[in-house]
Design a protein around this ligand. Structure first.
Ligand code: LLP
Length: 422
């Protein structure tokens, strides 16, 4: 998946820039994201789903999941490529608007949308609120009286086992997301009677980092069956949103389906029915993960341990999901060593990888943590009072700082000392 990665004079490079030099010039810890790789990943989806548009005469909309990486340079790039946005908060909606995403390509997910967020969505005239409960529908109806019409789709819980990490499975019966078909049907009938509410479609999302096509096919079938069932009752579904995209290989799963395989599986499943809605997908990880890298400098060595200046506050995935991220020395060497790579936080889970064979990491070397473009900076935090890292974007046009490194003063900028403690 890392098409823009090359090796030149034993130095790992992205878009032709050696990581070692980027680290020296911009400091560490450092997030690097490749504009060219994002473009490649985005275009794979667009190319693969052209067939859907051609054969059904309906639209395919890619609504990039902002939660994967909502840095403004990344969202602007995707907006310029024509991407829509899947937002899950007022903050993400604000960023989508700022990035110039057209309203009819914005969908709003989440199981706990607040009044303020719903008002923002109504005022922006978004394509759909993916409504998670009847309680939410009633709140949208109430607000639509004062703020204007709202488009709603309902999030169905299809009860499909996605065979992924339990913390990122979302479409099982026991999950907090969505509603079952019976409740959804009731909600749809309620919505159809509401004055300022337009019922536009159905949504489901079964989980993330899914690398097997069968759960996607199963969910698509269940959704199509439901669409037919509604049709028999005279209810038309314009949009079918199938949620997040395909997982990525993370270097250890070498043989996973391609975006084209994934697209064909979904398209063939839908084409096997004689009714075809507009198709919306909300991929996040598969658009940005392989475009991003986290660079950390080796600060100390102790036995098997390699301590780097990046930590779990910058990239929390290994700590909370035991996620595998490939690690290599930015400069390849003859001599290899089996090591544990750790950050410097006071938490024993702050370990990026155990027993990894990498080119001998010495103090001062730069290590490259792969596939960090999704759920990296967007899940970063300031634990242990660590400023969030700088981010740069590499592209054919050059290298650009896209997020400044936080300062110590940023860490306390929202804190207030009560007068008696001054
Ligand atoms: N749509 C909905 C409703 C979602 O909940 C998600 C992800 C997506 C789309 C995007 O899915 P993707 O294409 O990225 O698989 N922090 C975790 C991932 C959590 C994903 C949550 N929902 C991680 O780092 O693995």
């Amino acid at each position: 998946g890392n098409d823009t990665l090359t090796l030149e004079n034993r130095m790992l490079c992205v878009d032709g820039y050696p990581f070692k030099e980027l680290a020296e010039k911009f400091g560490t810890p450092l997030y690097v994201i490749s504009e060219e790789q994002i473009k490649i990943n985005y275009r794979k989806y667009i190319e693969a789903f052209k067939r859907y548009e051609k054969e059904t005469k309906k639209n395919f909309i890619l609504a990039y999941a902002y939660k994967a990486n909502s840095n403004l340079a990344v969202t602007k790039l995707l907006a310029k490529l024509g991407s829509g946005a899947d937002v899950v908060s007022g903050g993400e909606l604000y960023i989508a608007k700022l990035s110039g995403v057209p309203s009819d390509r914005i969908v709003f997910n989440g199981n706990c949308k607040t009044e303020k967020e719903i008002i923002m969505g109504i005022e922006a005239g978004i394509r759909a609120f993916n409504v998670d409960s009847i309680s939410e529908l009633l709140l949208i109806e109430k607000l639509s009286k004062d703020y204007g019409e709202a488009n709603v789709a309902f999030r169905i819980n299809p009860d499909v086992d996605p065979k992924t990490h339990p913390k990122i499975a979302t479409g099982l019966k026991k999950s907090k997301f969505g509603m079952n078909k019976e409740v959804a049907k009731k909600a749809i009938k309620m919505a159809l009677k509401m004055k300022n509410i337009n019922f536009v479609g159905l949504h489901c999302h079964i989980g993330s980092q899914i690398t097997d096509l069968s759960p996607f096919i199963e969910a698509t079938k269940k959704m199509m069956e439901f669409i037919l069932e509604l049709k028999r009752e005279g209810i038309e579904v314009e949009d079918l949103n199938l949620g997040g995209g395909l997982g990525i290989p993370y270097y250890k799963d070498k043989k996973i389906p391609t975006i084209e395989d994934y697209a064909n599986a979904l398209i063939d499943t839908i084409l096997s029915y004689d009714i075809h809605p507009n198709l919306i997908l909300e991929p996040g990880r598969s658009i940005v993960a392989t475009a991003g890298y986290l660079l950390g400098k080796v600060i100390h060595r102790k036995d098997m341990w390699v301590m780097i200046d990046a930590g779990m506050n910058d990239l929390i995935r290994p700590a909370i999901y035991d996620a595998y991220h490939h690690i290599e020395n930015a400069v390849l060497k003859e001599e290899k060593e089996v090591v544990n790579v750790a950050g410097g936080l006071c938490e024993s889970s702050d370990v990026f990888g155990r027993e990894r064979e990498i080119c001998k990491p010495e103090v001062g070397d730069v290590l490259v943590i792969f596939d960090a473009g999704a759920y990296g900076i967007s899940m970063a935090n300031n634990y242990n009072a660590r400023p969030k890292p700088r981010m740069i974007m590499t592209s054919k046009r050059g290298v650009f700082i896209i997020r400044e490194r936080e300062e110590y003063s940023d860490l306390i900028s929202k804190d207030i000392i009560p007068p008696h403690l001054l």
